[in-house]
Design a binder for this molecule. Structure first.
Ligand code: AHG
Ligand code: MN
Ligand code: MN
Ligand code: MN
Length: 339
């Protein structure tokens, strides 16, 4: 009967955070827990704002552009403000990098020991069509003796201590890693809590889906065209069927699908985007960390591991190939980086 089918012992993100704090020596300070709490508040606030946007006239462009040349939507600006305010007032963040802020922000009055990088609204070109968008976050601890500077974020991806994203889709999801696997949560809008729905998520080791903006074929190097064409040929392991194509145009949604179903997602360099389009600190790094922690791989066009890269500037970009181990190995093989 229904009384039996209701789980009365659900794990909320708040409970998960407290239990992690209690049982893991690594983040036992409590500071990390407070920070995650402010993060989940920002995700709920942005989620709610996006869902109301059409009814309160928040659609469309703001009229400005950001540091990487994107036109800003009204919601890009609002999401940025919500995120910054939540992090500033959490007291645990000293340094903040945002896609929508040309320079890094240093909160001098905060005593916190974290540096955070964010893409407040990822996929914002999709906003006015009601397609899934998200917020992407990477987290570093300040360097020893640092009082907050650009050096705290111009570091190798290996030094990230946590990464997560929220995806505002049919439901709002949060996928989180602190370096020991990936856990996923779904927002229960009635409770106002994220509920643990994907504990210890492992992505499929292979899946015949590729996700890339093929409209850019004209601008790709020949070897990328050859690789993608190869996916459209009959595959032996699929009884002669080719790969399927899925491309949403919100990295967060394309990566979320890749985490759950497997396959490969890529944004390579091309003649228009000589260094790729996606930005290291708040797109490539956090997604690479999550994908690796779920058992997948993430490399750039040259086959270098994304997490081994170090940005020189806060808005630096990178090419990216991420997804199931089999599909990424296939790319590595194509470029001669693996036999
Ligand atoms: P953002 O909306 O944060 O600027 O990010 C846009 C990114 C990413 O979400 C997506 O994967 C990619 O741009 C799509 O680019 P194209 O429209 O060139 O395919
Ligand atoms: Mn943008
Ligand atoms: Mn983005
Ligand atoms: Mn964005």
């Amino acid at each position: 009967d229904s009384a039996e089918s209701i789980n009365t012992d659900i794990v909320t993100l708040s409970r998960y955070i407290l239990e992690k704090q209690r049982y893991s020596a690594k983040h036992a300070t409590g500071e990390f827990s407070l920070l995650l709490n402010s993060l989940q508040f920002a995700f709920k606030f942005i989620s709610q704002t996006i869902r109301r946007a059409e009814l309160v006239n928040l659609m469309g462009l703001s009229g400005a552009s950001n540091a990487t040349g994107d036109q800003q939507k009204k919601l890009d600006v609002l999401g940025d403000e919500i995120f910054i305010n939540a992090m500033k007032t959490s007291g645990n963040v000293k340094v903040l990098v945002s896609e929508e802020q040309e320079d890094l922000l240093v909160f001098r009055n905060n005593s916190g020991s974290y540096a955070i990088c964010c893409d407040p609204i990822d996929g914002s070109s999709n906003l006015d069509a009601g397609v899934s968008v998200g917020t992407i976050v990477s987290l570093f601890r300040l360097l020893p003796d640092s009082s907050g500077s650009i050096k705290d974020v111009l570091r190798s991806g290996r030094e990230m201590v946590a990464a997560c994203y929220a995806m505002y889709g049919a439901s709002t999801h949060v996928m989180l890693t602190t370096g020991d696997g990936v856990d996923g949560f779904t927002l229960d809008t009635n409770l106002g809590e994220f509920i643990l729905t994907y504990p210890n998520l492992h992505m499929p080791l292979e899946c015949p889906i590729y996700s890339i903006n093929e409209g850019n074929t004209l601008y790709w190097e020949q070897h990328i065209q050859d690789f993608v064409n190869g996916l459209k040929e009959p595959q032996q392991f699929l009884n002669g069927k080719p790969y399927s194509s899925r491309y949403i145009g919100s990295m967060v949604a394309d990566v979320h699908r890749t985490l759950l179903y497997g396959g490969l997602f890529s944004y390579p360099c091309d003649r228009k985007n000589k260094h790729g389009k996606l930005r290291l600190l708040y797109e490539a790094f956090p997604m690479a960390f999550l994908v690796e922690q779920a058992g997948g791989k993430a490399v750039n066009d040259k086959g270098e591991r994304i997490l081994d890269l170090t940005p020189e500037h806060i808005h630096d970009k990178s090419s990216i190939w991420l997804g199931s181990a089999y599909e990424i190995d296939r790319y590595l093989q194509h470029i001669g980086k693996q036999q």
